[in-house]
Design a protein around this ligand. Structure first.
Ligand code: 13P
Length: 255
């Protein structure tokens, strides 16, 4: 039997918290969240706040850091981008890939997302691949099909022996930043659909090692219920991860 997946509590700060705010956040948060090895905590600060976050987290190896996006090339004339090698050099262990804002605000395609996943795996970092449908796609009963389409190019390039390095976040676009959360039933159904895709591609044992997180208006008050659903291995939190006390409550909700 596969070992139980440890809960992952991740905060995506998006374009919030510059370096001084990041330092203040961690001064508060680290007092509220005791070190523990029964769950993984991760933050994705803006790249410009990464060094401040890393400095603040000295002595807290239980709190991991990641970047919100990378480009797949190693270096060169790509103004505004960062490479995976640079993220690794700065101390990143994880990389968000294909976040809904990258796809829907910046026009990133699933093929580009797959290239990024490849680059992240090649560098030995953990890709946190985000997938999720829009409200129109859900109303058209295409939620599972859309998520399958987003997964397909990634599953094509990730080998069975490395899929255990992948984390997936199911983040329905209509639940992000809206205050509308997927019902526990919706989350459970969609997580099961993602798991099925993984099993079809890699077999049950390899597929069952992949944590699948839920994201979309997760708050201190709904985190425990969402995480109690079978197949929900943790949460990827936007707005509510900006507040140290609130995010510490979400961490506690993992049990
Ligand atoms: P909110 O928690 O603000 O809805 O954002 C979710 C998200 O996009 C995390 O990546």
């Amino acid at each position: 039997m596969t070992a139980p997946r440890k809960p992952i509590l991740a905060g995506n700060w998006k374009m919030n918290h510059g370096p001084s705010q990041a330092a203040r956040f961690f001064a508060d948060f680290l007092n509220l969240a005791e070190p523990g090895d029964d769950r993984t905590i991760a933050f994705f600060p803006p790249a410009i706040s990464f060094a401040a976050a890393r400095e603040a987290l000295q002595g807290r190896p239980d709190v991991r850091l990641g970047v919100q996006n990378v480009y797949w090339e190693e270096s060169g004339a790509f103004t505004g981008e960062l490479s995976v090698g640079m993220a690794k050099d700065a101390g990143a262990e994880l990389v968000l890939v294909g976040h809904s804002e990258r796809r829907h605000v910046f026009g990133e395609t699933s093929e580009e997302t797959a290239r990024k996943v490849r680059a992240v795996l090649d560098a030995g970092l953990v890709p946190v691949l985000c997938v999720g449908e829009t409200i129109d796609e859900r109303r058209a009963e295409r939620a599972e099909a859309v998520v399958a389409e987003q997964l397909a190019p990634v599953l094509e390039i990730v080998r069975a022996d490395e899929v255990g390095e992948l984390v997936i976040a199911y983040e329905p676009v209509w639940a992000i930043g809206t205050g509308v959360t997927a019902t526990p039933d919706d989350a459970r159904t969609m997580h099961a659909a993602v798991r099925e895709r993984l099993r079809a591609a890699y077999g049950a044992e390899a597929a069952d090692a992949v944590p699948i997180l839920y994201g979309g208006s997760v708050k201190p008050d709904n985190a425990a219920e969402l995480m109690s659903q079978p197949g929900v291995d943790g949460v990827l939190v936007g707005g509510a991860s900006l507040d140290a006390a609130g995010f510490a409550r979400i961490v506690k909700a993992a049990g």
